[in-house]
Each structure stands twice: as structure tokens, then as C-alpha cells.
Design a protein around this ligand. Structure first.
Ligand code: AG3
Length: 281
């Protein structure tokens, strides 16, 4: 018998994975949570029908969402991660010696519990003494903090269901206030190929409204729809393009490199047009 998981993007497109075994399947307070073991990508976390991370390719996303901002900031000590209950972003963040505290605000405790049980290679940093986990609403949490963090990473799911408020301009303004004077925000900002018409320009411009330096960068993740994935970095002071590549020390990467730190900011023309940066070099 063969069992397939299908991630349906819209009425025209779906992505299918051959499943060996269903390891967990439950309706949490916030979403439908599934962990399956797939043939090609190993154990896979799925929330509300969307693949969040797989053991085989998680390093691409987690390295890029963490190291680009953490090397842009000269001395990141206090880091806030919103979402990211699987722990992959925490694991990469902890590789930076300067980091003294990581606050993980994941609304759904079941995501953390399931990641600890079934995805140990991703969740391994969650029990580090530098990490404080809170299960509360990231929007409220950010609104209640001021001038506190060096780097804030928004490691959310797609802008539907519980994550929708994490893509709004008002939220980015609150993130700006929660950051110190020289703080940096990074958010995962979806595929430049899917649902782009309103969403991507809105998200990018929403970040730009609060941060003097706003730059989008890309990576390639086989298990996210269409492969090409974007992040947007908003910074009060430091420009990621001014990072000296020789300062990027080897913390053990499989995707990120000093060259890629800069190269990932080179955007194709259609994306520049999409986000309203077409006349920028
Ligand atoms: N967060 C981004 C997942 C987006 C995937 N979208 C989709 N499959 N349609 C990943 C969280 C990993 N820590």
C-alpha cells in the first residue's frame, strides 16, 4: 500500500510526499498538527496542511533565518524568536557565542512537545539553559516589550490562521519598539511565486514602513512550494550588505557561507518589481 501526503497550494498546484509512517496526528488548540516519516525527506512537521520543516532540508531555512541577522549585528546578546516551536532557529541562534538569552514565544505548546519527541535533531537546543520558552501570543508579547532585544526573528507559518497577524504593518511597528536602538528584525516572507499579488508587496512595504534599512533575501528549499523562499530583514542601524565576509566565522553550516550572506540579497528583476524596488541596484 502506498500512502501520500498532499500539500495543496491552490486550485492549480499541489505537492505530494510518499509517507512511510504517520508518527503523530492531532488537532491542537490552534491547528492540525501532523508528523510523518517520508521516503525522500525523512521526518516532516506539517501544520494545517503546510509542510513546516523536514529533517532532510531544514538546515537551509534555519541557517538563513538565523545567521544572516546574527552576523549583521556586531554583538547580538538577547534574541527573541516568535513561532519556531520546532527549535531549528533556536539551535542555530545558540551557535553564536555572544548570545546570552534566547526567548522563544511559540503560541502552541503541542508544537514544542511533538518536536521534542519526534524531531530531536531539530529541537535539540530547546533544553539549553540560555533558552526561555513561553507559550503565549507573539503579537501581545511583542506589544508588551520595549527596547529589549538585539535581534527578533519571526519564524512563523504561512499568513493564514494563527499566524496572520504576524505579517501586519502594526506588528512590525511593535517589533521595532521591542528592539534596541540598533536592533534587527528578520521575518520569513513566503514564496515569490505563490499568492504574491497583494501579500508579498504588502509584507515588504509593511516592514519598510518601520525600518530605515529593509532588504529581502532568498534561499532554496525543496519542500516549500515552488522552492524559492524569501526572508525580509529590517534594521535600525546595521546594513547586512556591509558585513565583512571575513567576520563570518565557521559555526558549522551546510547552506550558509560568507559569500552567500551577500549573494542571497541579489534579487531577480521580477521580485524587485513585485516589492516596489525595481529601480534599486
Ligand atoms: N515556517 C515557514 C513555513 C512556511 C511553509 N509554507 C508552506 N509549506 N506552504 C517554518 C518553520 C520552521 N521552523
Amino acid at each position: 500500500m502506498s500512502l501520500w501526503f498532499t500539500e495543496t497550494e491552490n486550485s492549480n498546484l499541489a505537492l505530494q510526499y510518499n509517507v512511510n509512517k504517520v508518527l503523530a496526528h492531532k488537532q491542537t488548540k490552534y491547528q492540525e498538527l501532523i508528523v510523518v516519516d517520508t521516503d525522500r525527506f525523512g521526518r516532516t512537521l506539517i501544520l494545517d496542511g503546510a509542510v513546516q520543516t523536514t529533517v532532510a532540508d531544514e538546515y537551509v531555512y534555519h541557517e538563513m533565518i538565523a545567521h544572516v541577522p546574527l552576523f549583521t549585528h556586531p554583538n547580538p546578546e538577547k534574541v527573541l524568536i516568535i513561532g519556531g516551536g520546532d527549535g531549528g532557529t533556536v539551535r542555530e541562534t545558540l551557535k553564536h557565542k555572544s548570545v546570552k538569552e534566547v526567548h522563544l514565544v511559540e503560541i502552541d505548546p503541542d508544537v514544542v512537545a511533538v518536536a521534542k519527541e519526534y524531531l530531536p535533531e531539530i529541537s535539540c537546543g530547546l533544553s539549553d539553559p540560555r533558552v526561555i520558552i513561553q507559550h503565549t501570543d507573539g503579537i501581545k508579547y511583542v506589544a508588551d516589550h520595549e527596547d529589549e532585544y538585539d535581534v527578533i526573528i519571526i519564524d512563523s507559518s504561512d499568513p493564514v490562521g494563527p499566524a496572520v497577524g504576524l505579517f501586519r504593518e502594526e506588528f512590525y511597528a511593535d517589533v521595532n519598539r521591542a528592539l534596541k536602538d540598533d536592533g534587527i528584525l528578520v521575518a520569513q516572507t513566503e514564496s515569490p511565486w505563490l499568492n504574491v499579488d497583494i501579500m508579498m508587496p504588502e509584507i515588504y512595504q509593511g516592514i519598510k514602513a518601520s525600518f530605515p534599512i529593509t532588504r529581502m533575501y532568498l534561499c532554496y528549499i525543496p519542500t516549500y512550494p515552488c522552492g524559492m523562499w524569501s526572508f525580509t530583514l529590517g534594521s535600525k542601524k546595521y546594513d547586512p550588505l556591509e558585513v565583512d565576509p571575513s567576520q563570518i566565522i565557521d559555526l558549522g553550516y551546510r547552506y550558509y557561507t560568507p559569500e552567500l550572506h551577500h549573494a542571497s540579497f541579489a534579487l531577480p528583476q521580477f521580485i524587485k518589481e513585485l516589492i516596489g524596488e525595481a529601480d534599486k541596484k
